[in-house]
Design a protein. Structure first.
Length: 163
């Protein structure tokens, strides 16, 4: 049985339908993202979020540390999304922020299981991969290459998958 698609009135909003040109950042304007990423990576290192041992403790239910980090991120995300929706916050360029409703699909359970399995086996999730590599854990390059290969495989076969 196929789930009926709900009509989403904001689905087709583009810069063209709003009468605006998309803002493109080039060159040194992108430097701020590199700096922010490096600072974020330092926070990951200092908070031990990239620690293979911390990740193993989490999966073995031996420590609350990682659950506290993930839980606080979820709470901050929920509050942020609600503030954006309720107060119609706009982007720094004045564009409306559209957060569409998500439809649940069984593939999310399967994908989450595969993601968690990879996370438990490698001790690395995509967020801190670069912080781990930057900290000298070069073995994580294998995980990065595997993540890129998995992304490519998904992109190659996405149209043949049930979801």
């Amino acid at each position: 049985m196929k789930v009926a698609e709900k009509e989403n009135p904001t689905k087709n909003i583009t810069f063209e339908t709003l009468g605006k040109k998309p803002y493109e950042e080039k060159g040194l304007e992108l430097l701020k993202y590199l700096i922010l990423g490096v600072l974020f990576g330092i926070v990951f290192v200092k908070a031990e979020i990239i620690s293979w041992f911390r990740i193993q403790e989490m999966f073995r239910l031996q420590s609350f540390h990682m659950y506290g980090v993930i839980g606080s991120a979820v709470v901050v995300g929920i509050i942020s999304v609600q503030i954006i929706k309720r107060f119609n916050i706009k982007s720094i360029h004045g564009d409306p922020i559209n957060i569409p409703n998500k439809e649940f699909r069984k593939g999310q359970i399967i994908g989450g299981f595969i993601f968690g399995l990879g996370w438990a086996l490698t001790g690395a999730c995509p967020g801190p991969l670069f912080a781990q590599i930057g900290s000298g854990y070069t073995v994580i390059l294998v995980t990065l290459i595997s993540a890129l290969a998995g992304t490519w495989v998904y992109g190659r076969f996405a149209n043949k998958l049930p979801n």
